[in-house]
Ligand binder design. Sequence first.
Ligand code: PGA
Length: 254
Amino acid sequence: MRRLLAANWKMHLYAEQALTLTQQLRAAWEAPELRTLPGIVFPPALYLRELAMQLAGSSIALGAQNGYPGEFGAFTGEISMAQLAAAGATWVLVGHSERRQYFGENAELLRKKVQDAQARSLSVLYCVGETLAEREAGRTLFRLQTQLQEVLSENIIDWNRLAIAYEPVWAIGTGINATPDQAQEAHAYLRMQLAQLGAPADQIPILYGGSLKPDNAYALFSQPDIDGGLVGGASLSADSFLAIAQAHLQTKPL
Ligand code: PGA
């Protein structure tokens, strides 16, 4: 099933706020229609254990925003994929542009993260996207192809535990979303590239991210290859995240 809606809270919210927001989402997701839409919440790792208890039995899964390959080791400040899984995460984000940009994460590290996460039975939401300079230079599709090939090929243990997020860097947190046509072009291309890597591309969720809001969600989700969203800023309030979820239900009924 390709439908999927994810909330990336980034480095936001205190514990009580995270708990309240989780409770609101969980309550809303009890509605029969919303139950059919698999959700994922990516909170700061500090809250994973508590939120895992809050979300037990719901159709909202829990994910980590980052993880380090391995189980234990002398890596001060890091949290391993194995520890995240033990804390209740079933997903992990890999390759978010903020990790690439501010923390210098390169293809070699991302490859290890994807492989180790899957080996520890986490599903991976792998993020790709071009910068504004790359788009203006006409290199968007080439960039996307590179980001898929250098990290995913020969590295995937289980294609069923992979989703892709297309997040143009110039759209993240800027209030400028990709147009539905721009996003659809990128998503269709990503799906074709996944097929070339040997993936069951028709079954892999490809989410759009980058200033996704209640007022643009409907048009974006109306595109055939946009299966859902990875929502940053607009996921920090239940009202706006639920409005985006409603747009999803309207455009992609079961
Ligand atoms: P945004 O972030 O919705 O705030 O643009 C999306 C993301 O980075 O995942």
